[in-house]
Design a binder for this molecule. Structure first.
Ligand SMILES: [Zn+2]
Ligand SMILES: [Zn+2]
Length: 93
């Protein structure tokens, strides 16, 4: 039986029938089907290959995927957010 490598979650061998690989084509990580859950500590949402988000080699559900790149530009992200919340004078209530 072919094995895909060590599970990204539990670090045990993943055999072809037990799981699959996920992630960007250049950096695919094997994972058991049952281990393919959101990596947020309080979530454990069972993911599926169509809807998961991959971040830093770990799967997340869409609401927990950290959107900030590692060591990324938090200032710029904050600025963008402020822009989005900006209401031009004379509009709205
Ligand atoms: Zn596993
Ligand atoms: Zn989650």
């Amino acid at each position: 039986m072919s094995n895909l490598g060590k599970c990204a979650k539990c670090n045990k061998t993943v055999y072809a029938l037990e799981g699959f690989r996920f992630g960007p084509p250049t950096d695919q990580k094997p994972v058991h089907k049952g281990c393919f859950k959101c990596s947020a500590p309080d979530c454990n949402w069972q993911l599926n290959v169509g809807t998961y988000k991959s971040y830093d080699g770990k799967p997340y559900c869409s609401s927990h995927c950290p959107t900030m790149p590692r060591g990324g530009d938090a200032t710029q992200a904050a600025a963008t957010k402020a822009e989005m919340n900006f209401v031009p004078p004379g509009q709205g209530h």
